[in-house]
Design a protein around this ligand. Sequence first.
Ligand code: OAD
Length: 264
Amino acid sequence: MVAELPAELIGQVEQAAQLLQSAKRVCILTGAGISAESGIPTFRDKQTGLWEKFRAEDLASPVAFARDPKLVWSWYQWRRQLVHDKAPNPAHQALAQWQAASSSLGQHITLITQNVDDLHEQAGSDAIHLHGHLWKNRCSQCDSIYEDNAKDKPLDFDEQLITCPHCGGYIRPDIVWFGEALPAAAWQMAEEAAANCDVFMSIGTSSLVYPAAGLAQLAKQNGAKIIEVNPNPTPSTVVDITLAAKAGAVMPVLINQLTDKTDK
Ligand code: OAD
């Protein structure tokens, strides 16, 4: 299976597999890049169609929602439409397979994601969501959860604003926007896992958005080795092994190597 990768990557995959094989605690952070091969555009990709002239960073904010709630709600309804029929790709599946095998491998794996899609869960993984969930809504004023699972109504991506039955405030997606705090419990679990791991893997993230991008640094400060999976360079300075390839190509190979070596 290793032979399917470009020659220059094979050595790095083997090194990464060795590192992971001897790790007891592994912390994995995923970003939009892991869902790219499922057909979900990343945040740094230019938007298409009606939304071409907007930047995601300018819509995903409380200021944008306060200024024009209909615009931001419509954008999320469009994103939901884009995402609702997408399925996990081999990278999500490899991680789920690894998590399922972790206790027999004697490993503890914590999977943290910045993604708001549910492709890790669809693949069978448990993931800590740092940036919330695309399929949940809550009130922008009183914070109460709006019990309407948008994914159960895939044909109804209505752009009309909904108001809260308790206070009349506008309903918004339950997503962490730029300038907002991360969910405290999720962040605490992520920090603990990063600070206590032997190997930290960063998969498909630009490492630009903090505090999530700081988890790799926290892991490094506490003695962990860092593996990055990304076909493009990132500003991260703490990486020990870079697997410069698409996650869907490299992750199944890496996980197979790991499992094969452990079986011997
Ligand atoms: P970005 O869109 O910033 O970065 C995606 C990264 O994935 C880039 O570095 C790409 O090179 C890489 N990539 C693309 N295709 C890939 C593939 N097939 N395999 C592996 N990597 C690939 O996404 P994030 O880092 O997740 O926040 O962005 C972080 C946060 O910023 C997001 O959660 C979102 C965003 O604005 C909120 O919505 C709060």
